[in-house]
Design a protein around this ligand. Structure first.
Ligand SMILES: [Zn+2]
Length: 394
């Protein structure tokens, strides 16, 4: 009788199959470390890296692309960051959309789509999150990474039991890898603190007037659909909220608590003395009440569990069968950025920033965000590859 357990040939066959599966999944896993391309629009003035401002980041997983758009006319200087939390896709995609469409007539806009580049190379553990999501564009599907809230532990390890952040606040262990708790950073600190320090250096060297940090939060979390503002930016934020309201977009105003330290808007305002706000949209893959997490949920934002939670009054946003699609969340971010820039121009006309080429929020909601993302490199100006002033920097 034949041995039902097989023979050396079946063993060899299974080994080959196993090796094949391991190689395939290994390649897929390793590809998480490769950032998807961003295709800046033809009006990009220059593309640099965060390490241009803080050389210690060069060659580390914390270094990231910086896109600078400068108008012919002098005006204000604005920094927009997405991807401070790489598990909040609308913040990241909004920054990509800005980098791919922006034209600046007056002033300067600096865009960092992946503020914590390391967090894009892993997932949040125990969340069963998809590695990627797909946005349909005019030229076909475009894949983006769904990353982790925190710096990849492979890049920064181990976490301390308690973490005293650079602003002197004691936090729980893993917050040591949360970029939005590590400001104003430390030049000799952890990788995350170095990224924060690099962004502070950029703010100082580019003499940034206003910083806008794009985030998302869970639908059951109260700080949502909100503009969070530093004390010195209260008027700016209130004016922006009023103009958004007049357009039919409701945003909460949230004052940044003075004793909650290490956050972008708090420390950009305190340590660099700039105006600073943080914009939050609702992210259905981030909370605890969500159902199964899929790539479709990232993009379409429809979840039966959230619908039930909404009917039970557990959510801080309006939520119905239409869900909260990525396009709507990106539209809200763009509207928020436009309103804050408009307020800056009204309050301090010499710091006005005039942008062109950006779709209106209604267009993004109606046509979908994919229509406004590029599918390949644009005809680039010759200045694309150069980083003026880089050689002069220490
Ligand atoms: Zn966030």
């Amino acid at each position: 009788m034949k041995d039902p357990k097989g023979n050396p040939w079946t063993a060899a066959g299974l080994l080959v199959l196993g090796a094949f599966a391991a190689v395939l999944s290994g390649l897929r896993f390793a590809s998480m470390r490769t950032a998807e391309p961003v295709y800046p629009g033809p009006d990009l003035t220059r593309q640099g890296r965060l390490s241009d401002y803080f050389p210690a980041l060069a060659g580390t997983p914390g270094d990231t692309d910086v896109y600078v758009f400068e108008g012919r006319e002098a005006g204000g200087r604005v920094l927009v960051t997405g991807g401070s939390h790489p598990n909040e896709p609308a913040g990241f995609v909004s920054a990509v959309l800005l980098a791919e469409n922006l034209r600046v007539a007056k002033g300067k806009v600096i865009v960092i789509p992946r503020a914590n580049a390391s967090g894009f190379t892993c997932n949040d553990p125990q969340e069963a999150n998809p590695q990627r999501f797909v946005v349909e564009t005019g030229g076909g599907p475009r894949e983006f990474r769904l990353g982790s809230r925190l710096t990849n532990p492979v890049h920064q390890w181990p976490d301390p039991t308690l973490y005293e952040n650079p602003a002197g606040q004691m936090l729980s262990a893993s917050e040591v890898r949360n970029l939005n708790r590590c400001y104003p950073g430390r030049p000799n600190g952890t990788l995350t603190e170095k990224i924060a320090y690099g962004i502070m250096e950029l703010i100082r060297r580019e003499r940034v007037d206003l910083g806008i940090d794009l985030h998302e939060s869970a639908p059951e979390y109260p700080v949502i659909n909100a503009i969070v503002f530093h004390d010195a930016s209260a008027e700016l934020a209130a004016l922006a909220q009023m103009s958004l309201q007049s357009e039919g977009l409701e945003f909460r105003l949230e004052a940044s608590p003075a004793n909650l330290r290490g956050l972008s808007h708090r420390e950009w305002g305190d340590a660099a003395g700039i105006k600073a706000v943080l914009i939050e949209t609702p992210n259905p893959v981030q909370g605890r009440l969500k159902g199964r997490t899929t790539a479709a949920l990232v993009v379409e934002g429809k979840d039966k569990a959230y619908l039930k939670a909404s009917r039970l009054g557990r959510l801080f946003i309006p939520y119905d069968e239409k869900g909260v699609p990525l396009s709507e969340r990106v539209a809200r971010h763009l509207a928020g950025v436009a309103a804050v820039l408009q307020s800056l121009a009204e309050l301090e006309p010499e710091k006005a920033v005039e942008t062109e080429g950006l779709p209106g929020w209604r267009q993004v909601m109606e046509k979908g965000v994919g229509v406004f993302l590029r599918t390949g490199p644009s005809m680039s100006p010759s200045s694309r590859a150069t980083v003026p002033g880089k050689s002069g920097r220490r």
